[in-house]
Unconditional design. Structure first.
Lengths: 357, 193
């Protein structure tokens, strides 16, 4: 063991004791060769105040709900190597790509890090910020549960590597979420819950096209970024479907035949023309295997038009019972705005059908 | 040999070939006997029956109900609320069937591991099974696998053993038995009610 490694262990132990009240956190040296400090990943200075210019910020059209965390995101694309965009909703990133996502609850709590180290091979890490927010240290591989208070009786979990993989793997050809033709559309959705303010210099689909960073992109698609526009598309429907795609479609897509329960909520983009399709028949008017407590057997639907109270999607979005909630990980507080949006869409925009069709 | 006989002979050869091919295809689909034997052996020694096969009182005392082996907590057995534990270092309580378990995690019910398509593992692929073990989450994506399932012990098994176990579980009789979903501990949920 080198002197440097020996020197790191007390820092790591100190961080764990400082941040977490959970005595179950195992203090163990990090696996592999991940840098101990966030700054060493190449993001910027130690406090992540000055970000290196090669790392470009971006903001997805439909952000993932993370218990109200404020987020900042950056991507580094190695010079001269571009994204394989032949499939509009399933981009392949060049080896050397890095992504960072910073989570703040009033103050900086963690920054997650992805790095593509070889074809088909990524490494995952999370860095926890110290109290002074001027340094972030690598979290042990199993994560740091209950490390920071975010509401009364609720503490934030920094995920372990296994949890990172639970969400990021099984997407398709690569593992990045929230960075594709639809999510980077410059045509923002004013109804999108939790959408963030734009900053100048942020990457958009259009800027990637202009900078020729998207290889094999269909010319029709290159002219205009895709947007959700279905037969159901009121403004509320558009935002609802976008939210479901970003927050549920990571698992509920055809790449996960069992875990998705055959309910496909991911927006699929036609690579030829940018048309966005959603498999509405797999959830609208479809019976739910999950039975909503209090309803008679057979009265629960995935989405029942006109009846949000019989729609399991709403019930499970709203629940934080750990065995019923959706998503099953990554959140401990329900997304009130989004629940109201989806409820309103089901009750008002989908048209009433008899309660017991 | 008459013309008609020739036709019958050709038809017989064709039918025999078809039967042979069908048998070969079926044999190729079936997991080999050694794998199933290994899977059965693992299921027996690693305690799968302890929780997933109902315990009942027999003439010689408690015994496993092997006619419905590995089908989990009986659908018809509605459990009352778990009793409150007395003061002291007690953590959990379980049903007489050894299929319902109450503790700090709430109440868990042993799942149906038979290949019934609606209520068991009939629709699961081997990959689903392997992902569940590897992640400790249902189907690799869903809710966590709950106590007393010794998932960490299973995670230390070899890939070959996990495959053998899955092959065996898919080979046993399918039992239709819808096991209740687990109950969360009685803690107020944050956010919206």
């Amino acid at each position: 063991m080198t002197l440097r490694r020996i020197g790191n262990l007390p820092i790591l132990a100190g961080f764990c004791l400082l941040l977490t009240a959970d005595p179950g956190v195992i203090i163990s040296p990090p696996a592999g060769t991940l840098p101990l400090h966030l700054a060493e990943t190449g993001l910027g200075d130690a406090a992540a105040v000055n970000i290196f210019s090669a790392n470009r910020s971006y903001s997805p059209l439909y952000p993932l709900w993370s218990d109200g965390a404020a987020k900042r995101r950056w991507i580094y694309l190695p010079p001269g190597q571009d994204i394989d965009a032949r499939q509009a909703d399933d981009w392949i990133f060049p080896v050397g790509t890095k992504l960072w996502k910073e989570f703040s609850f009033g103050k900086k709590v963690e920054t997650r890090y992805l790095e593509k180290v070889a074809r088909g091979e990524w490494r995952f890490a999370a860095y926890a910020w110290n109290a002074g927010e001027n340094d972030a240290i690598l979290v042990p591989e199993r994560g740091a549960p209950n490390c920071y208070p975010i509401a009364e009786g609720v503490r934030h979990d920094i995920p372990g590597v296994a949890d990172c993989k639970t969400c990021h793997e099984g997407q398709g050809r690569d593992i990045v979420l929230g960075f594709n033709a639809l999510q980077l559309s410059p045509e923002r959705d004013p109804e999108a819950p939790n959408a963030e303010a734009w900053a100048s210099g942020m990457i958009t689909f259009t800027s990637l096209v202009e900078q020729k960073r998207l290889d094999h992109l269909n010319k029709n698609l290159a002219r205009r970024a895709p947007a959700i526009a279905t037969a159901l598309a009121t403004a509320r429907a558009r935002a609802s479907l976008g939210y479901l795609s970003a927050n549920c479609g990571g698992c509920h897509n055809p790449n996960n035949p069992q875990a998705s329960a055959g309910m496909y909520l991911k927006a699929e983009i036609d690579s030829r023309n940018g048309a966005v399709r959603m498999a509405l028949s797999t959830f609208i008017g479809s019976k739910s295997k999950f039975q909503i407590p209090g309803l008679a057997t057979g009265q629960s639907y995935r989405v029942l038009p006109g009846h949000s109270s019989q729609s399991a999607i709403v019930y499970r979005m709203e629940s934080r019972n750990p065995y019923r909630q959706m998503p099953p990980l990554g959140t401990k507080i329900a997304d009130r705005k989004a629940v109201e949006l989806i409820r309103s869409w089901i009750d008002n925009d989908l048209g009433a059908t008899p309660a017991t069709p | 040999m008459g013309k008609l006989d020739k036709h019958y002979t050709a038809l017989a050869i064709w039918l025999l070939s078809l039967a042979a091919i069908t048998m070969l295809v079926r044999a190729a689909d079936k997991p080999d006997a050694k794998l199933l034997q290994r899977g059965e052996y693992l299921a027996n020694i690693s305690g799968c029956h302890d929780c997933h096969t109902v315990l009942k009182m027999g003439p010689n005392g408690p015994e496993r109900e092997m006619t419905s082996k590995l089908s989990g907590h009986p659908q018809a057995l509605m459990m009352p609320a778990a009793p409150t534990l007395p003061q002291g270092p007690w953590m959990g309580i379980f049903s007489a069937t050894m299929t319902a378990w109450a503790g700090p995690w709430g109440v868990s019910f042993s799942r149906n591991l038979t290949p019934d398509k609606e209520t068991g593992l009939g629709e699961w692929s081997e990959e689903d099974f392997l992902n569940t073990i590897a992640t400790g989450r249902r189907l690799g994506k869903g809710r966590p696998i709950l106590p007393p399932m010794p998932i960490e012990a299973l995670q230390k098994s070899s890939l070959e053993d996990r495959r053998a176990l899955f092959a065996y579980l898919q080979s046993i009789p399918a039992i239709k038995n819808l096991v209740p979903e687990p109950l969360a501990p009685d803690t107020p949920a944050p956010g919206i009610k």
